[in-house]
Design a protein around this ligand. Structure first.
Ligand SMILES: [Ca+2]
Length: 460
């Protein structure tokens, strides 16, 4: 599968970008709770995911791609801002509620999203379709996608099942109030994206952010997809959902092709966090060889599929093993659009050259996990190593170091032999990353769920 990377490959990519008559279109598809091992192209023998596999076969499949957080809301805040989610004031999953009653945290109006930056600095058309989860859509005090740089937004709230294979939705087409819709989220995202694509101005580049909710529970139980997985045992329901999501990727590529929008278009596919694997609760996602699951700092919570497909520009059928993160999308998209990123603390880097092995990512990747119940903790990936620690009274304790190249499953104390110097170096890098983000963390004036970081509440 691995194709040798040559300097020519990297050089030609930049020449293509630099000489493109038009800035490239960017289409970002984000699955919800999809695990590292859920796709055929990531080793799942039961998965039927031909469209995503084709995306990987025609592009770069990343083996060490990380979500900005182990749960939805902070991950999405990081993906859209290029900043550690704490800098953007989103520490944890945001609970909805009536206006004024939900979690006080949200993506603040003053945060710069990649959508508004591409729209304002590079003239992009911007569209969002699907889940938002960065502030209650019902609450006018919290900026909605159409107030965060998306010229067009079809945001929805996933409601109750109306039948075994049908769900009801409230869809906010470019604003409030919402209108009802039914189906699966993959189906709905496809239909709404097609509706938008009919209105697209072909003279302007576009940035599209599609956020279906498969394979997050509740799972769709559509007979057609269940029948395709009748031999999958306890994975039947889950893999049926994954296959339905896979159909959306095929549908979206057809929509682009039919309308002549497929050329000069980079497609990125990823997930907001790892899979839940607690089979007794009916979830049968898999994180492949990784330890742990959604919500955790073992790689099963944060390492996710990451595919970059741009035929003719990025090499096809290659893998990239450089540690990369969704925080990198913002600065990378800026480079593609030929603009500078905003002069604010960004935690992402332009990884276009890293995708083809041309240049390693420079800084370590850092996460804060802010669950009060289990105690706040931090993690950092630096080269082959990952270091984790608990936060107690704002000090880091209980360091664990893993050598992920030799021990992908984080099975024990594999970093034995690392040497005291490298160990101290990793601890210092972890402290420095924590101090940088802690000094820049947003605190909400209102109290309530996710109103302030758990590690800050430990202080007297
Ligand atoms: Ca999620």
């Amino acid at each position: 599968m691995k194709t040798p990377i040559t300097a020519l490959t990297v050089a030609s990519m930049f020449i293509c970008v630099a000489t493109a008559e038009k800035k490239p279109n960017i289409l970002f598809i984000l699955a919800d709770d999809m695990g590292y091992g859920d796709l055929a192209c990531y080793g799942n023998a039961l998965a039927k995911t031909p469209n995503i596999d084709r995306l990987a076969a025609e592009g770069v499949r990343c083996t060490d791609f990380y979500a900005p957080s182990a749960v939805c809301s902070p991950s999405r805040a990081g993906l859209l801002t290029g900043r550690n989610p704490h800098r953007a004031g989103v520490y944890n999953h945001l609970k909805p509620g009536a206006p004024g009653k939900g979690a006080p945290g949200h993506l603040r109006a003053q945060e710069i999203t990649i959508a508004e930056w591409l729209r304002d600095k590079a003239g992009y058309q911007t569209v969002h379709v699907g889940k938002w989860h960065l502030g209650d859509l019902e609450d006018p005090a919290k900026p909605a996608p159409w107030e965060q740089g998306f010229e067009k937004s079809y945001a929805f709230i996933h409601g109750k099942p109306t039948s075994k294979d049908d769900f009801e939705f409230a869809v906010y087409r470019n604003g409030r109030p919402a209108t009802p819709a039914r189906g699966s989220t993959a189906q709905l995202v496809g239909e709404l994206f097609a509706e938008w694509a009919d209105t697209v101005d072909k003279e302007r580049p576009f940035f599209a952010y599609l956020a279906p909710q498969e394979p997050h529970v509740p799972l769709n139980l559509r007979p057609k997809f269940l029948a395709m997985h009748k031999d999958a045992g306890e994975q039947q329901n889950y893999q049926a959902d994954v296959t339905e999501l896979d159909g959306l990727i095929g549908c979206v590529r057809t929509i682009l092709k039919v309308r002549g929008l497929d050329k000069n278009t980079l497609i990125i596919f990823s997930s907001d966090n790892g899979a839940i694997i607690r089979a007794p609760l009916g979830y049968t996602g898999t994180n492949g060889p990784l330890r742990g699951q959604k919500g955790q700092f073992h790689d099963g919570g944060i390492r996710v599929p990451g595919i970059f497909c741009w035929p003719g520009v990025l090499p096809s059928g290659t893998t990239c093993s450089e540690p990369l993160t969704g925080l990198d999308l913002f600065p990378s998209f800026c480079a593609l659009a030929g603009i500078e990123p905003p002069v604010i603390p960004l935690d992402g880097e332009n990884i276009l050259a890293s995708l083809t092995g041309g240049k390693p990512r420079q800084r370590p990747i850092f996460w804060i996990r802010d669950w009060k119940e289990e105690g706040p903790s931090v993690a950092l990936r630096d080269g082959d190593f990952k270091i984790t620690a608990m936060i107690e009274n704002r000090l880091l304790t209980g360091f664990q170091i893993y050598d992920l190249r030799r021990d992908i499953g984080e099975t024990g104390t594999p970093a034995a032999g690392i040497g005291p110097e490298r160990q101290r170096d990793l601890e210092n890098r972890l402290r420095a990353a924590f101090d940088s983000v802690a000094a820049d963390t947003v605190i909400w004036p209102a109290k309530g769920h996710a109103a302030s970081p758990a590690w800050m509440e430990q202080l007297p």
